[in-house]
Design a protein around this ligand. Structure first.
Ligand code: ZN
Length: 679
């Protein structure tokens, strides 16, 4: 066995159980001092700058900080506490200062310029070129060309933005956790599936209440909206959910993000203007594939126009069904998911719930690993004795065809208190190579699935299976990289609108019959999804595709339009209302404050970048269409995707990599076809 690579991994992984929130600030302070001294020493060295004497040690200094900070940032997301939050917020300020300081260091920028202009440059690899070019670009985006006064202002803005975006996500988390509703009689919960009822009982127990307790955590919220016959309850929960962290709803004014949103937008705009961009949207595109704000708007509007007829039909059908068959007087927002589920059942004799017994979490995981083994020849296996932050967390390693270790990952699947909602992949350790050898990449894969109830295995919905495949796709991009330079290995240096390519790509296999044969297995009988159930599930795949497409476009256009205007030109709510008028097919109530919980753009990296999902979906659907042509488990095609995309990270232009894999420019047709919109 290859114990040595595992030993090597162990030395780079965080020791979660020893992280003491009260010591974080002091430790970080020491580390930053050490880093500053290290960088000074590199810059003072009078010999001509080379890759070996400057870039590599500089990378190592940055990596040391990343490895220190990654587990802290991660814990803040998945195991929040007051102590940790306090330390995190103080640390964020120190880190932002440090980052801005480096971004604006003339000496550092000059060192990179010297490398670019020196004789050695021609002998460096494409990946190394990319590292240097990206660094020079980022100096520019960090304010290196500004005068002293403006530089200072730039740093202030960056620091304030870091605080504000953290505040935004803390408000959302607090608002989500503040609301709960205890219900004593199951009669009020008629229609709710058994596992959702069990979750509500478990919630009640955790809070020392009797009966059933409902929360705004997604695994609890969504089943109520989709299945609960009690319309008043749906309305109450919908209202609580869509007013989280706002001036409306049950906690109106508490955890309110109204001001936070405005303050974020003002600062982003000023920051972009300082750098000479017309607005933040333009600034955001400086590091993306899309070449202009007009391109993005055109792309979204074109997609909206193509989806509109189908979306309008979807909505009319749903409304008619709600009134004529369910007997409602009107179709309200809190009826949408409920009526959708009922209509799906009627039209396709198919319900999401019917699938759950076929997706026990262990089976799905084995099936996922089998899928990627068949596609890329990699194998996933357990690694023992790794320190994690919660007993539910799994730890696995990935080996390639030649049995070389490629990377490792933590898998944290279930929703729980103090854990941020949603699903994401994040970097724990980044691949890099130095004189001592390879530093293997490590990923955090985080989901918020329904937890196991009463010791029984968790049964996933098919949507959750898709989410798992999605995040694992990101994980593969991070872990299968063969790039040796941290700044462009894995997802580093990949433009944001290209990052969703591998993730959305992998989702396709969760729809494939040949894959479902081993991804699914009934919890009692072990049998795979029957031909009949599969046919119904597949027929229902395009159900309301037009409406879903428009919903994503609504979010994307809202985000992009908001960031393309000068703050204050139009109130945020007005921007959203106007986009909805243009795009949405269903009315949204005036109290809806969707934007107050839109963490992707106000707390995550998607600001003026939410369109990336759709942008990358053109690429992922088109990439998958090559598998449709050549066989979904064609090993040569799998190897080509591995070698052209997954292993290359940000070391080359993403569009070039795509074209190398596909043999041509991307085509939008497969996306429309997969979404059932091209017929
Ligand atoms: Zn993603």
């Amino acid at each position: 066995m290859t114990a040595s690579d595992i030993d090597r991994v162990r030395t780079t992984l965080p020791q979660f159980s020893t992280i003491d929130p009260t010591k974080i600030v002091a430790k970080l302070s020491d580390l930053l001092t050490q880093n500053r001294q290290g960088i000074d020493a590199l810059l003072r060295d009078p010999s001509a700058k080379t890759w070996a004497n400057f870039v590599l040690p500089f990378e190592e200094i940055g990596d040391r900080l990343n490895r220190f900070w990654s587990p802290i940032g991660h814990l803040h997301g998945v195991a929040d506490s007051d102590d940790l939050r306090e330390a995190y917020n103080a640390a964020i300020t120190m880190l932002t200062d440090y980052t801005s300081e480096l971004a604006q260091s003339d000496d550092l920028a000059n060192a990179f310029r010297n490398i670019r202009d020196g004789d050695e440059f021609a002998t460096l690899s494409l990946a190394q070129h990319k590292v240097v070019e990206n660094a020079l670009r980022d100096f520019q985006l960090g304010g290196i060309d500004l005068d002293e006064e403006k530089r200072l202002r730039f740093r202030e803005l960056s620091a304030e933005l870091a605080t504000l975006t953290t505040q935004f996500s803390e408000h959302v988390l607090d608002a989500t956790q503040a609301w709960s509703k205890n219900i004593l009689s199951a009669d009020s919960l008629a229609g709710l599936p058994a596992d959702a009822l069990s979750l509500a009982i478990q919630n009640a127990r955790n809070k020392d209440e009797s009966g059933y307790t409902l929360t705004l955590d997604f695994p609890c919220y969504m089943p109520v909206m989709s299945y609960c016959d009690n319309r008043e309850l749906r309305e109450e929960m919908y209202t609580a959910y869509v007013t989280r962290a706002s001036d409306q709803g049950p906690y109106a004014g508490k955890f309110d993000n109204s001001n936070t949103i405005d303050e974020i937008l003002i600062r982003r705009f000023e920051l972009a203007k300082l750098l000479g961009f017309s607005n933040f949207a333009e600034y955001s595109l400086a590091t993306k594939m899309a070449d202009s704000t007009a391109t993005v708007i055109e792309f979204l509007e074109d997609l909206a126009a193509r989806s509109r007829p189908s979306a309008e039909q979807d909505y009319e059908k749903l409304k008619e069904f709600a009134i004529e068959e369910i007997g409602l007087d009107s179709l309200e927002p809190w009826d949408m998911a409920y009526c959708t589920e009922k209509l799906r059942e009627k039209a396709y004799s198919f319900s999401q719930q019917e699938l759950r017994p076929y997706f026990p979490v262990d089976r799905v995981l084995t099936g996922l690993f089998e899928t990627v083994q068949r596609l890329f020849g990699i194998s996933v296996s357990e690694i023992d004795g790794i320190d994690t932050w919660h007993p539910d967390v799994l730890f696995r390693g990935i080996r390639d065809r030649e049995d070389n270790l490629r990377g490792v990952f933590y898998l944290d699947l279930f929703a729980r208190d103090h854990k941020r909602g949603g699903a994401w992949m994040d970097e724990c350790v980044v691949r890099r190579v130095d004189a001592t050898g390879v530093q293997y990449p490590a990923a955090y894969l985080t989901c918020n699935f329904t937890p196991p109830i009463d010791g029984k295995q968790s049964l996933l919905t098919h949507d959750e299976v898709l989410t798992l495949f999605h995040e694992f796709g990101h994980g593969l991009h991070h872990m299968l990289t063969l790039v040796d330079q941290a700044a462009v290995s894995g997802i580093n240096g990949v433009p944001w609108d290209g990052v969703e390519l591998p993730s959305q790509f992998l989702e396709n296999w969760a729809w494939e019959r040949a894959a479902l044969d081993f991804i699914s297995g009934h919890i009692d009988s072990g049998e795979a999804l029957s031909e009949d159930l599969y046919a119904r599930m597949h027929a229902a795949k395009d159900f309301q595709a037009g409406m879903q497409m428009l919903r994503q476009i609504e979010f994307a256009l809202f985000d992009f339009t908001l960031h393309a205007q000068e703050p204050g030109t139009m109130p945020v709510q007005t921007v959203l209302n106007q986009i909805r008028q243009k795009i949405a097919v269903a009315e949204v109530p005036a109290f809806n404050r969707f934007q107050h919980g839109f963490s992707h753009i106000f707390a995550g990296g998607y600001a003026a970048g939410y369109y990336s999902y759709k942008w990358a979906e053109v690429l992922s659907a088109d990439a998958f269409s090559r598998f449709e042509e050549e066989g979904v488990f064609n090993q040569d095609t799998g190897r080509a995707f591995l070698e052209c995309i997954l292993e290359r990270g940000g070391s080359e232009d993403t569009m070039e990599l795509f074209k190398r894999f596909r043999g041509r420019e991307p085509d939008i047709e497969p996306l429309l076809r997969h979404a059932g919109l091209s017929r």
